[in-house]
Design a protein. Structure first.
Length: 168
């Protein structure tokens, strides 16, 4: 029997497809205070600088959707725009695998730095990013219109990630 902290067996990361959007929306609606709309995800899939991945859990090529990540690669920077994991698979390594996939893609495309915005109160996300060496570098007061909460800007120099596993 596995404990909640055990990583799920057989997590695979692949590019998000339009057919994934209904499941991505369900995960986003459960995980995010202000989830993206279908239209927003469709737009991301069409942008040349946007990268969108999903994590699949379970055996075979048709495993269930465990989470997603959306980020931009512009010039020499990666910018995380959204990430969420299905509630029953949280704290089991899925977000780490998605985040590492983003870093690997950024390095492959020549990005040297990374930035993201995170709600000040989102401790689990902040701990994840800090685990990978990202640090708070600025604050945007009252950034989130739904709560008036501050956004923390976190960034990292990607050169520290010289050995990111390809399977991530």
């Amino acid at each position: 029997m596995s404990s909640r902290s055990d990583p799920p067996a057989d997590i695979r990361i692949r590019r998000m497809a339009a057919e994934d959007i209904p499941e991505v929306l369900a995960i986003a609606s459960d995980a995010l205070l202000t989830p993206w709309t279908e239209r927003m995800f469709v737009k991301e899939l069409r942008l040349s600088f946007s990268r969108n991945y999903v994590a699949l859990s379970g055996p075979g090529a048709s495993g269930s959707l465990a989470g997603f990540i959306t980020f931009w690669l512009i010039a020499d920077e990666v910018q995380l725009h959204g990430m969420a994991v299905r509630r029953d698979l949280r704290r089991r390594g899925v977000a780490s695998r998605l985040f590492l996939a983003m870093i690997r893609e950024a390095l492959d495309q020549g990005a040297g730095t990374g930035t993201l915005e995170v709600r000040q109160a989102n401790e689990p996300a902040r701990r994840l990013y800090e685990k990978f060496g990202w640090r708070v570098t600025a604050r945007r007061p009252s950034y989130y219109h739904d709560t008036g909460e501050d956004a923390l800007i976190m960034s990292a120099e990607l050169k520290a990630f010289t050995e990111v596993p390809r399977h991530a």
